[in-house]
Design a protein around this ligand. Structure first.
Ligand code: PLP
Length: 393
């Protein structure tokens, strides 16, 4: 058999650390064990009916062909309007928007267009795994900046200042954060934005969980950044509208960068799926959109409160999430010299208690695990009960 060596482009690419857990969870389920899956990063609700109906209508009307690479104009208009509402301006136009195949593609477009060999990009850590990998795919270096436990693992402008070098070109911001659910306050974001502006860094702000927030709306970088000239905001319909499979995201960026990202996309994937663009337009403009999101968020909050109360009662170290749908739980003290207590705990939880969670090593914090509460409330409660019973102590 001929072994095919990967090219230098992907030689360092890491496979998702969650794959082993989900493969094992699948195998156990296939063997007949009732697995409680608290690993998934997607809402367990169906896509709202009015969105599905609009997709049917669009299909009947022939929404089956290519669109402009950057996406249909009405969708880009709707995205620009929402962005202007957040900014309190009229500065953002459809020409600042690229519609992409999921928010992931917006992030990839931005990393690939902005960063390159020799550049360093600061990534608040724990952080979503793809940030590190996408920055590395652009041949830049992701610099993991750890947030302090006292600050719910969020980074401060001072943390970023300390980690910066003359090679720093950008910083990633993700609020509410995956995996902790921590929400940055307006002043915390403003401090980071001011530092970035002083240093001439790009800010890549991933706001995909912004609508899933429990103490009033989470602040957007659009409302605090001193200037839009070095800001890329990415968002999408996956989480707030329970539309993970439709694969629609977008970037809001300066026009020159938007052109570069459109050119990149024109040579890689072209437009995001036409039908999904129409469905997303319905989601953003729907008369009942706000009420639909509020209803989902209220269920997430109820599950969060129940799980949090149980974990606190058992004296488990857990970050209180102000948004998203994850609980980040400390795996406890390991009795031996274990470099990955979170992985040990996650493995034990799956093998012995049939609960799937994601080991913290995936987010570059090996002492923790992430459990999702985007699952029916009774499963969340039962999963947490088993977690508490099997915690490393
Ligand atoms: N950003 C974060 C923080 C996420 O958690 C996810 C999905 O899990 C994404 C981006 C990707 O979103 P999409 O499904 O729109 O590509």
């Amino acid at each position: 058999m001929t072994l095919i060596a990967p090219s230098a482009n992907i030689a360092g690419l890491k496979e998702s650390a969650t794959i082993a857990v989900s493969a094992r969870a699948k195998a156990l389920r296939a063997a007949g064990f009732p697995i409680i899956d608290l690993g998934a990063g997607e809402p367990d609700f169906p896509t709202p009916q009015f969105v599905v109906e609009e997709a049917h209508r669009a299909l009947d009307a022939g929404a089956t062909r290519y669109t402009q690479v950057e996406g249909i104009l009405p969708l880009r208009e709707a995205i620009a309007t929402r962005a202007n509402d957040l900014r309190g301006s009229t500065a953002i136009e459809p020409a600042n928007v690229v519609v992409t195949t999921g928010t992931k593609q917006s992030l990839f477009n931005a990393c690939f267009a902005l960063f390159g060999d020799g550049d360093e990009v600061l990534v608040p850590t724990p952080g979503w795994p793809s940030y590190y990998e996408m920055i590395a795919l652009a041949r830049a270096t992701p610099i993991a900046v750890r947030g302090a436990r006292e600050n719910d693992l969020k980074v401060t402008a001072d943390d970023l200042r300390r980690a910066a070098t003359s090679r720093t070109r950008g910083v990633v911001v993700n609020s509410p954060c995956n995996p902790t659910g921590a929400v940055y306050s307006k002043s915390e974001l403003a401090d980071i934005a001011t530092l970035a502006a002083e240093r001439g860094w790009w800010i890549v702000s991933d706001e995909i969980y912004r609508e899933i927030s429990y103490n009033g709306p989470a602040t957007s970088m659009l409302s605090v950044a001193p200037s839009l000239d070095t800001l890329v905001v990415v968002d999408g319909v996956a989480k707030s509208f329970a539309m993970t499979g439709w694969r629609i995201g977008w970037s809001i960026a300066p026009i020159a960068l938007t052109r570069s990202m459109t050119a990149l996309q024109s040579q890689t994937t072209s437009n995001a799926a036409t039908l999904s663009q129409h469905a997303s337009l319905a989601a953003l403009n729907g008369a009942t959109s706000r009420a639909t999101i509020d209803a989902m968020v209220s269920q997430f909050k109820d599950r969060r409160d129940r799980a949090l109360a149980m974990l606190r009662e058992a004296d488990v170290d857990v970050i209180e999430p102000g948004g998203a749908f994850y609980l980040f739980v400390h795996a406890g003290r390991s009795s031996h010299d274990d470099p990955e207590p979170g992985s040990t705990f996650a493995k034990r939880l799956l093998e012995e208690a049939h609960v799937a969670v994601v080991p913290g090593v995936a987010f570059r914090t090996p002492e923790w695990v992430r459990m999702s509460y985007a699952a029916p409330a009774e499963q969340v409660v039962e999963g947490v009960r088993r977690m508490i019973a099997r915690r490393i102590s």
